[in-house]
Design a protein around this ligand. Sequence first.
Ligand SMILES: [Zn+2]
Ligand SMILES: [Zn+2]
Length: 326
Amino acid sequence: MRAMTLEEVGGPLVLRHHEVPLPGPREVRLRVEACGVCRTDLHLVDGELPDLALPIVPGHEVVGWVECVGSDVDELIPGQRVGVPWLGSTCGSCRYCRSGRENLCDAPEFTGYTRPGGFASHLVARADFCIPLGQADPATVAPLLCAGLIGWRALARVDRARTIGVYGFGAAAHLMTQIARHQGRRVLAFTRPGDLAAQDFARDHGVVWAGGSDMAAPEPLDAAIIFAPAGELVPQALRSVRKGGRVVCGGIHMSDIPSMPYRWLWEERELVSVANLTRADARAFFAEACRASVHATTRHYHLEDANQALDDLRHGRFQGAAVLVP
Ligand SMILES: [Zn+2]
Ligand SMILES: [Zn+2]
C-alpha cells in the first residue's frame, strides 16, 4: 500500500510503501477512493495537537469500499462503500460514552491522528465507526465526513438562531450554509479581509451579506460560528451578537483569544466550542444533507500531491474543499 506519512513535525509528508494491513477483530480494511483534506491536518503537521506520536498517516474524511473484514464484524460486508470520520474509536464505558456524548470520550482514538488515516491507498478502521454510504461520488462525499459534520454540530449549538454570522468561509462553512438556508435561516459570511474570491463564493451559496472579518456586522446577529482558527475573531464575534446570543467555536485549535472587556460577554452572551462528532450526529447529518441536496465544491489532487493540497489550503488558494484521490 501507499501512504503519505508525517515523520517529523513541520512535514513534508513522505510517500511510504508498506504491506497491506490485515484487519483485526471488529475491524475492516478499506480500499480508499477519496480522502478530504481538513484544517486539522494542517494543525497536525504543524505540531499544534498534543501528544502527537510520529510517524502518522493523516486524513480523516475517508471514503472507500470494504475490501475484507476481520472477525466478529456483522454490520459490514466486502464491496460496501463506507465513510471513516475523525472519531475512530471510543471506550464505550466512560461517563461521556454512557451519556450519549461519545464525542467527549475519555479514551478516544482519532483517525489520522492516533490511528492511521486516509492519506493512503488502504485503511483499517473499526467497523462500528464506519458510516455506510450510498452510491454517491466518493470525492464529493469525502468533505462531508468532517467539514460537513462539524458544521452540522456547530449549527445545532446555535439552537433557533435565525440570523447567523460565519467567520471563515471554507469547507465547513459552505456546507453548513446550504443546510442553514434549507432550514430557513439567514447567513452572513466574514472572510479574511480582502479575500474577494471567498466573498463571491459565499454569495454563490446564498449568504445575505459577505465581507471582511475586519468589518462590523451590518445587522445584529442572533449567533455566530467561527471556523477560522484565529482567536482575535472571538471578541469580534461577541460584539456582533445581540443580547443572549451565542458564539460557537468550531475548530480543534485556535490562536490565543485576546483579553477583552467583560461587557462584551455580558447580557447573557455565551461562548462555547464543539469537539469531535458522535455517530448519532453522522446519521442525522447525512439524512439532512440528503434532504437539503448538499453539494461540496471540491478540488482534486493525486494522493502523492498531498503536500501541495495542504499548502494550497494553508494559503487559501481554492474555494471549498481539497480531496486526495489515490
Ligand atoms: Zn477535520
Ligand atoms: Zn468513552
